[in-house]
Design a protein. Structure first.
Length: 101
């Protein structure tokens, strides 16, 4: 897969990263080799490969898991009662990422 500098800049923008031209040139071959490797992995037939590890215990075998029981939910007013700032039943938080669209 032949990536371009535009592709690297697009991925960087998705990650909210600002890269210099030198960083773009540095990361382009690295990202390209990662995607080539993933493509090779996708070509493998893994339909007959057993999973190596997974969680298979049921809730009765594992006392750390509680049963899934529905219960009365908090109202928006109850949920935000101790919030430093709230409005219209929502938590108000400071803007973290200020970005032009």
């Amino acid at each position: 897969m032949a990536l371009t500098e535009k592709d690297v800049r697009y991925v960087a923008a998705l990650a909210h990263l600002e890269l210099t031209a030198e960083e773009v040139r540095k990361f382009l071959p690295q990202l390209d080799s990662i995607l080539d490797y993933v493509q090779k992995m996708n070509e493998l037939d893994t339909s007959h490969v057993e999973p190596m590890a997974q969680v298979v215990t049921s809730a009765s075998e594992n006392p750390a898991l509680r049963p899934d029981v529905s219960r009365k939910a908090l109202t928006p007013e109850q949920a935000t009662a101790n919030a430093p700032e709230s409005a219209a039943g929502y938590f108000k938080v400071p803007r973290v990422i200020d970005r032009e669209r």
